[in-house]
Write a protein that binds this ligand. Structure first.
Ligand code: LLP
Length: 425
């Protein structure tokens, strides 16, 4: 099931609400989230990984409703700041089901995590060990994991690869930094090391790197047992499960991934005579991405040379992904039928720079004109969560649809929002 969104399959409605109606009622640009699809994706994970703990990676997209859906479907949460953590906990997310990540946790992040009783904190650097132990205090107790870099290259783009030693996250397995940090953590009575963590990267579309990573991580767990006599009960394999942004692209099949990871884990553990640890996974994109659609209205159309530029009322301030990672989306005309022959178009945003391109080389009806509506499928992850205030355009609202009804979850950012922060002269 979990490959393309319903809109991607040719529908013009999300959650049984026509997208044109949403555009009329809430304005554009707007992000639309299908509550049913988010929940269904959570359930797919729960049934694919029945023995594992599934944590939704909040960085993909978080608001209070999202926290409720994910909580109610039995998932935990991966957060990487006090902001994500406090939003989730104040929305009623159980803190003990939350894992805090971060390569540079601030004193505020750590204070919030300890105050709210976060389930586990993932240690990412040697300097964090003593700092965290001191913050917990003598006689205190905190569960921790260690982020290990297994030395495996995977992921959809250089900027989102985290499995090798040439990037900032985690402690290297190959040069021994991970082993050294683990020894130090085991010497801190107030820190309980529950297991190891690794995250290979994002937008990974094959199973193989996960299997190699499982083998290496189990190897390290066996060495920890041999060296320290400690059998760690947990193994967190991170997220990174890829989705299809355009028709014909490959998504990682979650059921296959789960089955093959489980087999690899059981076999690797058997070979090392190690008790099988409890598995954790942290999908973000694959839960939220395909459940979202971005809606834009066309503001201007022009032909320059061979190029048809279609400019919409949003752009890199609500979706920086094409500019950052060269991602290709598949925008579609919605709201009217057109029999005009297709033109190859470049869909651009409204911002003050030439790199503000949302999609290039897309086929759109040749009679596309200002006022038309475009829908961009697979827009639920890493778009609004990475949106900015560039050009004071304001971030779009989030509309949830479920059972034929649309409701506003997050309102549009207004000029008053910008003004209210601008407090000095
Ligand atoms: N766990 C950890 C520790 C992570 O760092 C991440 C993502 C995830 C889980 C979730 O990964 P996912 O399943 O969503 O791939 N902004 C980029 C993606 C950055 C991902 C950062 N970490 C993009 O738009 O492609």
């Amino acid at each position: 099931p979990a490959s393309t969104s319903r809109l991607g399959h040719g529908g013009l409605a999300v959650g049984a609400v026509p997208l044109t109606e949403i555009a009329e009622r809430f304005g554009t640009p707007a992000y639309v989230l299908d509550e049913g699809e988010v929940r269904e994706r959570c359930r797919t994970y729960r049934s694919a990984f029945p023995e594992a703990e599934v944590l939704y990676a909040a960085k993909a997209f978080l608001c209070r409703a999202m926290a409720h859906w994910v909580r109610d479907e039995g998932l935990g949460l991966d957060v990487c700041s006090a902001g994500e953590l406090e939003l989730a906990v104040t929305a009623g997310f159980p803190a003990d089901r939350i894992v805090l990540h971060g390569n540079a946790k601030s004193p505020h992040d750590i204070e919030a995590a300890l105050r709210l009783g976060v389930g586990r904190i993932v240690i990412d650097s040697p300097s964090e060990i003593a700092r965290l132990a001191a913050a917990v205090g003598p006689g205190g107790h905190q569960k921790v994991m260690v982020r290990v870099v297994p030395g495996i290259s995977a992921g959809g783009h250089d900027k989102i690869r985290t499995g090798t030693d040439d990037q900032k996250f985690g402690l290297s397995l190959t040069d021994g930094h991970a082993q050294h940090a683990i020894a130090r953590i085991l010497g801190q009575p107030q820190l309980e090391l529950t297991g190891l963590h690794c995250h290979l990267g994002s937008q990974i579309t094959t199973v193989k790197p996960y299997l190699s990573a499982v083998r290496r991580m189990v190897g390290l767990m066996a060495r920890i047992r041999d060296t320290h006599g400690v059998v760690l009960p947990e193994l967190d394999m991170g997220g990174g499960h890829g989705v299809a942004y355009r028709p014909g692209e490959d998504a990682l099949d979650i059921t296959t991934l789960a089955r093959r990871m489980r087999t690899e884990l059981v076999e690797s553990c058997a070979a090392a005579s190690l008790a099988v640890p409890r598995l954790l996974v942290e999908p973000g994109r694959a839960v939220a991405g395909p459940a979202g659609v971005a809606l834009y209205r066309v503001l201007a159309v022009k032909r320059t040379g061979d190029n048809l530029f279609v400019a919409v009322d949003g752009g890199m301030s609500d979706n920086p992904r094409p500019a950052l990672y060269g991602v290709r989306y598949a925008p579609r005309l919605i709201g009217r039928a057109s029999t005009a022959p297709p033109s190859t178009a470049t869909v651009v945003g409204r911002h003050c720079e030439a790199g503000d391109v949302l999609a290039s080389g897309v086929d759109l009806p040749g009679d596309i004109h200002p006022g038309d509506l475009l829908a961009v499928p697979v827009a639920g992850a890493y778009q609004l969560s990475m949106a900015s205030g560039y050009n004071m355009v304001g971030r779009p609202p989030v509309v949830a649809v479920a059972d034929g009804h649309a409701r506003l979850l997050v309102r549009r950012e207004s000029l008053d929002d910008f003004r209210s922060r601008d407090i000095g002269l």
